[in-house]
Design a protein around this ligand. Structure first.
Ligand SMILES: [Zn+2]
Length: 237
């Protein structure tokens, strides 16, 4: 009886407690993750989902990283040119403030494109889906060009209702492509580019391609070393 009384007091006297209890009655959110290599149609799948939610009468918003300015600053654009308006932001936690509290409250579905660029992806998905009842659809690269986990995309898999790994077509043999091969010598993880820099490849061509790229790099480096040595010798003489 004593415990019942104290719980009634808690409900009726603390505004924070009441707010927290009302959030339990809200429809719970969802997290869906779409991953795959470049050119696998991740953005297309995300846009299709967002558009169909929108035509079902749900309020939708799309976010992309402000780092990615390849096609347009305020639109998500697929590699084949389909466009959708979006918020280009440096991080996800600024979204609610930029979007406005009232508008955020009314929002049902949030799409996040190129999610590997957002460091606060995990915290954002937790808050949006667990506390605010939003459906969050995340699309991004699962791995970088060295097939290492990219950004926080894999961290949100334990939060997800569904995970979809899409495949592309290997540019060299036409089989299913699971990986992204970088065609240039550049070694930064975040090198934003399109078909000029990257190509989707199958496992065999990934392994062969990496071997060719590494061999080329070591030949170039040994040449550079030789040139440097010659220069040093020349300057001594
Ligand atoms: Zn192949």
């Amino acid at each position: 009886m004593a415990s019942l009384k104290s719980s009634i007091c808690f409900n009726s006297t603390t505004a924070g407690g009441a707010a927290r209890i009302s959030s339990y009655h809200r429809t719970s959110g969802e997290v869906h993750v779409i991953v795959g290599p470049m050119f696998a149609g991740k953005t297309t799948a995300l846009l299709r989902r967002i558009k169909s939610e929108g035509s079902d009468g749900r309020n939708v918003a799309m976010i992309k990283s402000s780092k990615d300015t390849r096609y347009a600053k305020d639109s998500v654009v697929t590699h084949d040119g389909v466009k959708f308006p979006c918020w280009a932001l440096p991080n996800l936690m600024s979204f609610r403030q930029r979007f406005g509290d009232d508008a955020y409250e009314k929002l049902d579905v949030i799409g996040i494109d190129e999610a590997q660029f957002f460091e606060d992806l995990y915290d954002f998905c937790c808050t949006a889906a667990d506390l605010d009842g939003k459906t969050v659809i995340v699309a991004g690269l699962d791995g970088d060009y060295l097939r290492r986990s990219f950004g926080s995309v894999l961290d949100v898999i334990p939060l997800a209702d569904t995970v979809t790994k899409l495949t592309a077509r290997c540019e060299l043999c036409g089989k299913k492509a699971f990986f992204t091969l970088r065609k240039t010598e550049e070694t930064r993880t975040e090198l934003i580019g399109g078909a000029d820099v990257y190509m989707p490849v199958c496992r065999q061509h990934y392994v062969n391609g990496q071997a060719v790229i590494e061999a080329t790099r070591s030949v170039l480096e040994s040449r550079k070393l030789k040139t440097d040595t010659h220069l040093e010798v020349a300057s001594v003489v």
